[in-house]
Design a protein around this ligand. Structure first.
Ligand SMILES: [Zn+2]
Length: 705
């Protein structure tokens, strides 16, 4: 299969070259982004792409799509689904491919040059998208097709494509007056640049902070593995001795959990929560202000009262009221749990003879102590059972048992960074499904957090199925010295989570690229990912993969029992910090008048309204809330809990029929994972579950009912 693909590509490549003048051929070799990818499975030829190649490819890609649009508009035949909607869907291949690779590398392996190019290209690409969406003649044709939709005899997927294309144009300003179109273009251009600047600022502030320790006494309380990792970090930063801690989670969290030095915990914690709020060149407050106001302006221009109304029209939740309703149902109970937790922590601190009120930088430390006291369970006791390789193998095994698929490491597939691994993913019968990149560790060139993305989405072209190229990105604890990467339980769940997104991309069986894989509403997209986290912590599954990295012995039953007993421990905190961020997101995007106040005051007032206790800060404060100011989650951060209600209910089906019941797994794959965005998510869920989702399973799981 592999060799076959290469041959086909080579043939196309050389055929093209023979028919073209020599000069064109050299251009193709010079800029690999312009030609066919002469690589195994046609993945991007990463090592051959120079940063400067992108700009040429963007320019050519835009020209190419403009010519394609011109052709659609000037078609003498009456507008039809095929000559308008499908032709538009198929346009812009070079631009899409270039943009996909560029954005993915910008997140996973950035450089100053790439960041500079991104900022130069953002307004150009935004204007190009606007030019298409606001092209009057093009919309006239789309509208003509849309008006006859009842008579076109389209199948479900075609109908969805027509529906979504029409809506995308209307939401993109197609019906606006010429003057308002110009206004919208300007707003979109500014937003595209601000959102990049926001993310760059967070990364810069994140990297600027270092806690460099040279005195052994400063390490009080830290377990040896944490100390060793910090020594490694110091060496990586060019120090010959000492220990360094950074704001990357694998460095920050263990420090907060174990450091007995309250002053240093405070320093680390504040370093983290003050990102983008240091009144330096990386400050994001002015950007937040401008972005929320531009978004409000955009919503109003398009006829919506708030930006949330505009965003949520395309979601499962549909309206801000529905989101507020769900958040309102859960928050008081979560906050109550958190209040009780804070009281227990205070009691513990008092018992130790401390004379202070628990502060946010104390929470992790006393929580770890209390966990140990209550359950005799220590995060450091668990980690040896979660060596990264064992977890990965365990995850692959789970997927094999559920779906029959297998993974084969292939070192011939080009990667964009030496630590990245590429796998072929195969069906039970050996048929290739797609390619999967796994990128595990933090780098200064990589965004924080974890995410899944596609380098190439699945779709069909001239009857041929184009295989997806998917990537999962993490920021896991790195191996230190002779010790392999030992993950926290949270990291284990994250590994499973992103793989759930990956399956959504890999199992896609769609005709159209724009509808395939994870092209679903935000509040549905987290369902396939979150459902995977359930398997990670099932006792029978734990037994199969959680093996001590030194002895190879499976995790003892007693430890599993302790994990189960403590599964709701600190849940009030986790829920509360998440919900606080969700409220903050919704509050920023439901403003009805331009915001003229202070960002920090707005944030404080929003948190007061939900009675957030002072021991907890929202998981993301405004100035480093990348999800909503630099990612695509504006008015969408609530999606995780929305999707959790649905995934808990979906997982219930596996609980009822058997965790690895083949029939249930097959239905989940066929009814949901393979369908992408070709149908309404509620319909997909009902097809799988036989009814609409119920919140019972979620509320029970969280102890909220
Ligand atoms: Zn996710």
């Amino acid at each position: 299969m592999k060799n076959f693909s290469i041959l086909v590509l080579l043939a196309v490549f050389f055929l093209g070259a023979c028919q073209q003048p020599v000069k064109k051929n050299t251009t193709m070799i010079k800029n690999p982004l312009l030609g066919n990818f002469d690589t195994p499975f046609g993945v991007p030829p990463f090592s051959k792409i120079k940063a400067t190649d992108y700009q040429e490819a963007f320019k050519k890609g835009i020209e190419q799509q403009n010519a394609e649009i011109e052709k659609i508009v000037n078609n003498p035949n009456a507008p039809s689904f095929s000559n308008t909607i499908e032709s538009l869907e198929q346009s812009g291949k070079l631009l899409n491919r270039t943009n996909t690779i560029f954005e993915n590398i910008l997140s996973a392996n950035t450089s100053d040059t790439l960041q500079k190019i991104a900022k130069e290209e953002a307004p150009i690409l935004s204007a190009h998208a606007d030019n298409i969406l606001m092209n009057r003649q093009l919309f006239k044709r789309i509208n003509a097709v849309y008006q006859q939709k009842g008579n076109l005899k389209l199948n479900t997927e075609q109908n969805t494509l027509l529906e979504k294309t029409y809506k995308r144009f209307v939401r993109g300003g197609a019906k606006l007056s010429a003057a308002d179109k110009e206004k919208l273009k300007e707003i979109n251009g500014k937003l595209s640049v601000f959102s990049l600047q926001f993310g760059d600022n967070v990364l810069a502030d994140n990297n600027a902070f270092q806690l460099y320790l040279t005195d052994k006494e400063d390490l009080a309380g830290l377990p040896p593995s944490v100390v060793e990792a910090a020594a490694q970090t110091a060496r990586n930063h060019g120090k010959t001795s000492g220990w360094m801690f950074t704001l990357n989670k694998p460095s920050l969290i263990p420090f907060l959990q174990y450091s007995a030095r309250r002053d240093l915990r405070e320093k680390m914690f504040k370093g983290y929560i003050m990102r983008g709020d240091n009144n330096n060149q990386n400050d994001n407050k002015a950007i937040v202000k401008q972005m929320v106001n531009l978004r409000l302006q955009k919503a109003k221009l398009l006829g919506y009262p708030t930006f949330s109304d505009y965003v949520l029209e395309n979601s499962m939740a549909k309206t801000p009221q529905n989101v507020f309703k769900l958040l309102g149902q859960i928050t008081p109970a979560a906050m109550n749990m958190a209040r009780k937790e804070a009281a227990s922590l205070q009691k513990l601190a008092n018992a130790e003879g401390s004379h202070f009120k628990i502060q946010p930088w104390d929470w992790w430390y006393y929580t770890e102590k209390l966990r140990k006291q209550k359950y005799n369970l220590d995060d450091a006791e668990l980690r040896p059972y979660f060596a990264l390789e064992n977890v990965r193998k365990g995850l692959f095994k789970v997927l094999q048992k559920l779906y029959g698929i297998s993974f084969k490491l292939n070192k011939d597939i080009p990667v964009y960074q030496k630590d990245v691994r590429a796998y072929e993913v195969h069906e039970a019968d050996g048929k290739l499904i797609g390619i999967l990149y796994m990128d595990f560790y933090p780098r200064s060139t990589k965004q924080g957090g974890a995410w899944m993305t596609a380098y190439r989405k699945q779709y069909r072209e001239n009857g041929k199925n184009i295989l997806p190229v998917i990537s999962v990105n993490y920021n896991f604890t790195k191996p230190a010295g002779d010790t392999p990467a030992l993950l926290s339980m949270d990291e284990v769940e994250t590994m499973f989570h992103e793989m759930g997104h990956a399956l959504h991309g890999l199992f896609s069986q769609c005709q159209y690229e724009s509808l395939s894989g994870t092209s679903v509403p935000r509040d549905f997209v987290e369902m396939p990912s979150q459902i995977m986290e359930n398997w990670a912590v099932e006792p029978s599954v734990l037994k199969s993969y959680a093996k001590n990295y030194k002895t190879g012995k499976p995790i003892p039953d007693a430890l599993i029992r302790k994990m189960e007993a403590s599964s709701r421990f600190n849940l009030g905190f986790t829920l509360t910090e998440y919900l606080a961020a969700s409220w903050l997101d919704m509050d920023w995007h439901t403003i009805t008048k331009p915001f003229t106040g202070k960002v920090n005051t707005f944030e404080k007032e929003a948190m007061n309204r939900i009675h957030l206790i002072p021991e907890i800060v929202p998981r993301y404060r405004s100035t480093y809330f990348n999800h909503i100011f630099s990612g695509g989650y504006a008015s969408g951060y609530y999606s995780y809990v929305w999707a959790e209600v649905i995934d808990a209910d979906a997982y219930q089906a596996f609980k009822e029929n058997g965790l690895f019941d083949k029939a249930t797994a097959t239905r989940f794959r066929n009814d949901i994972l393979s369908k992408g965005g070709t149908e309404d998510p509620m319909k997909l869920f009902k097809a799988f579950r036989g009814r609409a989702p119920k919140p019972d399973a979620y509320l029970k799981k969280k102890g909220l009912k």
